[in-house]
Structures are given as structure tokens and as C-alpha cells.
Design a protein around this ligand. Structure first.
Ligand code: NAP
Length: 234
């Protein structure tokens, strides 16, 4: 790949699942990949597994100060990213709303909504100053229709849709903020919260990334504010 084709891509939550699969695919394609995770050993395991190794940091997206410091470091080293992918997220046990502990409700809203907000707040000023860049916020099908027993997760992904569309309205020309539903993929999140029996029927993260990575690289400022979806089987 020529330098002109290489993209600088920042991804949150890279230790497992979709985030890790995207890091692996973008690295294999020759792009400059920057990521974060909250557990040292898990982050190091991803870094050691890849050649060239991506630039990975220990950052919890909930910690706004840590996110700001990470963004400054990344922009010093690599400039503002071409793509900023807010992937980090959590789900919760499937129970009626009134049986979900407040702590679990709060954790899902905090990580899934305030996390991407913290990351956008830290990176967008640099991207705006440069005049280009695409923000992709991982949403969900259940950010567009409700399902039973996942009130906090559904609410968080509706919020991701709304946040992304509102930020899209604020952005100047040349940039985009896009809520992206990844489809259904066989990750720990699916197995832990939606059941082992369902997981075997869905695409693996690696198979998903074969479709998702080129799809994301094809997004442009013309997609600003659009609710988009990846079909892993496509
Ligand atoms: N899998 C699906 O079918 C599906 C469908 C719709 C939407 N999504 C969305 O896609 C995204 C990725 O999901 P996934 O299935 O890959 O989930 P996953 O397998 O559970 O992986 C989630 C990743 O996010 C990281 N993370 C969680 N909280 C974090 C925090 N506060 N700071 C930094 N990193 C954090 C996790 O790191 P740790 O190792 O530290 O926990 C992990 O690397 C999520 O936003 C999810 O809601 C997934």
C-alpha cells in the first residue's frame, strides 16, 4: 500500500470481539492502527500477536481525563485520525427492567454513551481543525427497535444513535459522525448475554471484519448522520 492510501485509524475496546478483529484486519491491510483497552495484560496480548504491532494504550473510555491524555499523545505521534471508531461497549443480563440492578443500568449507560462522548470530545477538535475525518459509533439493531429484557442496553444504543446524529448536525463540512449497527456477531458479548445457542449461528469476528473493515474504509463525509448497518453475511 502506498503512503497516500494508508489511513490512521483509532479504535476503542480492542482486547476482544469486534474491536480486536478490526485491529487485526486494518493492521493486515497496512493501515496505522491505534487502539485502547482497559486491562494491561489483555492489551499487551493483542499488541504482541500482531506484526507490525499497533499502537495500543491502557485507557478506560469512562475516564475522561485519561481519554484526553490519550488523545493528546495519539495526535502528537500520528496527527488526527482519519477514522475514529467508538467500539468499546458492554451489555447486561437479560431481565425485566425492574429486576436490573441500578449499578448495572448505570454502568451500561455510562460506558456505552458517556464513553463515546468522552472520546469524541477529545479527538474532534483536532479532526475539525484538520478539516476531515470520519467518526463511527458502534450502535445496534436494538438502537433502532426495542426488545424485551435489555432496557439499559436498548436505551444506551438509542442514545448512541441520537448522540451521533446530533453531533453530525454540529460538524463542519468534510467530517462525518455515523451510527453503525454491526449486525449480529459471535463475540463474548453475544455469548454472555444472548446465549450460547444463538452464538454458533452468527458470523465470527474475523469473518465480520473481512466485510466490516472495507465497509468502514469506504465511509465518507456524505454519510454524515446516516444510520448504517453492516450485514456480516454479505
Ligand atoms: N456482537 C454483536 O453482535 C454486536 C451487535 C450489536 C452491537 N454491538 C456493539 O459492538 C461493540 C463491540 O461489541 P463486542 O460484541 O465486540 O463486545 P465484547 O466482545 O464484549 O468486547 C467489548 C470490548 O470493549 C471493551 N471495553 C468495555 N468497556 C470498556 C471501557 N470502559 N473502556 C475501554 N474498553 C472497554 C472490552 O474490554 P475488556 O476486555 O476490558 O472488557 C472489549 O475489548 C459494542 O459497542 C457492542 O454494543 C455488538
Amino acid at each position: 500500500m502506498s503512503d497516500a492510501d494508508s489511513r490512521t485509524i483509532v479504535i476503542t475496546g480492542v482486547t476482544r470481539g469486534l474491536g480486536r478483529a478490526l485491529v487485526e484486519k486494518f493492521t493486515a491491510l497496512g493501515h496505522t492502527v491505534i487502539g485502547c483497552g482497559r486491562k494491561f495484560e489483555a492489551v499487551e496480548a493483542v499488541r504482541r500477536a500482531l506484526d507490525p504491532d499497533p499502537y495500543l494504550s491502557i485507557v478506560d473510555v469512562l475516564d475522561a481525563e485519561s481519554v484526553q491524555a490519550w488523545a493528546l499523545d495519539v495526535q502528537d505521534r500520528f496527527g488526527s485520525p482519519d477514522f475514529l471508531i467508538n467500539n468499546a461497549g458492554i451489555a447486561h443480563a437479560g431481565v425485566p427492567f425492574w429486576e436490573l440492578a441500578k449499578a448495572d443500568f448505570d454502568a451500561v449507560i455510562d460506558i456505552n454513551v458517556k464513553g463515546p462522548a468522552n472520546v469524541m470530545r477529545a479527538f474532534l477538535p483536532g479532526m475539525i481543525a484538520r478539516g476531515s475525518g470520519i467518526v463511527v459509533n458502534l450502535s445496534s439493531g436494538v438502537g433502532r427497535f426495542a426488545v424485551e429484557h435489555y432496557a439499559a442496553y436498548v436505551a444506551s444504543k438509542y442514545a448512541v444513535e441520537g448522540l451521533s446524529k446530533a453531533v453530525a448536525k454540529d460538524l463542519p463540512a468534510g467530517l462525518a459522525c455515523i451510527p453503525l449497527s454491526p449486525g449480529v456477531v459471535d463475540t463474548d458479548m453475544l455469548r454472555d448475554h444472548w446465549g450460547e445457542e444463538r452464538s454458533g449461528q452468527e458470523a465470527s469476528p474475523a469473518a465480520w471484519a473481512e466485510v466490516a473493515a472495507p465497509y468502514i474504509l469506504g465511509l465518507t463525509a456524505a454519510d454524515n448522520g446516516e444510520s448504517l448497518r453492516i450485514s456480516p453475511g454479505a
